[in-house]
Design a protein around this ligand. Structure first.
Ligand code: KG4
Length: 339
């Protein structure tokens, strides 16, 4: 019998719905929220209001594009956390309403696990290239920087994580002080292409194990700008390509140093990357370089699966469905939860 899962994602500022049948994606609709750009960051109250406006049309469109009837659905998977409470509540409440009307089970999904399992979304039956267990996944986004040892679809262990800022936050905060807008990561990536990555040496953390820290780098970047602007007010404008290239180079070096150490210590050769920062061209180039030099089998997500999307929620739901791992209709969202 077919297993057809509707996924709903509303953890931050993207409202998304997707349909996956037997592991193959039939639709993935994402409505992003431009309203936050003017504020230089996500405004939680505005995010939850926009989710309320978007959720019905986004879900209808996902069902329509999948070419199914809602009565064909086997279950509804929704992001339960982590995320913004007001945003999570919209997706959770909608999932409850629809699941109870259709009298089908609900599946709660951890947003971080979903990012990892995005590597198992098939876009067609012939799409078979997937990581094999155990593999390491570098999860890098605006809110997380983690190294995860993935032993199976449901057995994941965080072996390293940031003790302060996330990698995406480092990109965004440094971009903000250069006046590059929000989110700054993609802008830094674009400007870095014309810059010298060794132009400005920036601070790197010295912490044990596989943990990360980006606050020292952020502070050293801020002090560099402050000192240089004091004698040359046009410094940022004049050197922004070199600044972006140096920042990006340092962030990627920090990420790869720990990941390489983990892969070596654990003897794992299958290495994946997930989350918004996995769209970064230098991250992708570094993965390719490690594949060529160290023989890693690397897994880079398609750009449409790097940022928040419901296809990753639906694929996670698909695996949980096979274990009959359902949640009750009383499930409340979790703003903070780990893998
Ligand atoms: O996973 P994601 O969509 O959601 C959050 O965790 O919020 O990640 C968003 C993050 C932002 O920090 C954004 O600046 C960063 O991913 N990002 C990038 C690139 N594209 C998105 N950072 C660097 N280079 C990029 N090309």
């Amino acid at each position: 019998m077919d297993i057809t899962i509707l996924g709903i994602e509303s953890s931050c500022d993207d409202t998304s719905a997707a349909v996956i049948r037997n592991g193959v994606m039939l639709s993935n609709v994402i409505a992003s929220q431009a309203v936050h750009e003017a504020y230089g960051g996500v405004v939680p109250e505005l995010a939850s209001r926009a989710h309320q406006q978007n959720i019905v049309p986004v879900v209808s469109e996902a069902i329509k594009r999948a070419g199914i009837d809602k009565r064909d659905l086997s279950a509804i998977a929704f992001t339960r956390g982590p995320g913004l409470m007001g945003s999570l509540l919209v997706g959770t409440s909608f999932a409850k309403g629809l699941a109870s009307a259709l009298q089908i089970p609900m599946i709660d999904v951890n947003h971080l696990q979903a990012h990892v399992l995005a590597h198992f979304i098939k876009e067609s039956e012939s799409d078979v290239r997937q990581p094999s267990f155990p593999f390491l996944c570098l999860l890098v986004s605006g809110g997380n920087s983690q190294i995860i040892l993935v032993k199976s679809y449901k057995d994941m262990q965080v072996i390293g994580q940031t003790i302060d800022d996330a990698a995406g936050e480092a990109f965004d905060k440094c971009a903000k002080v250069m006046g590059l807008g929000y989110p700054g990561g993609p802008v830094v990536d674009r400007l870095a292409k014309e810059g010298d990555p060794k132009a400005f040496p920036l601070s790197r953390p010295h912490i044990p194990g596989y943990n990360y820290s980006f606050s020292g780098l952020k502070t050293s970047f801020l002090y560099l700008l402050r000192d240089e602007i004091a004698s040359d007010p046009a410094f940022v404008e004049r050197r922004k390509n070199d600044l972006c290239a140096s920042l990006q180079y340092t962030i990627v070096e920090i990420l790869m140093d720990k990941l390489r150490k983990a892969a070596k210590d654990l003897g794992v050769n299958e290495v994946a990357v997930a989350g918004g920062v996995s769209a970064n061209s230098a991250v992708r180039a570094a993965f390719q370089e490690h594949a060529d030099r160290l023989g890693w089998n690397i897994y880079l997500p398609k750009f449409s699966f790097t940022t928040d999307n419901a296809a990753m929620v639906a694929i996670t739901g698909y695996y949980k469905y096979q274990d009959k791992d359902f949640c009750g209709f009383d499930a409340a969202p979790f703003a903070r939860v780990t893998i």
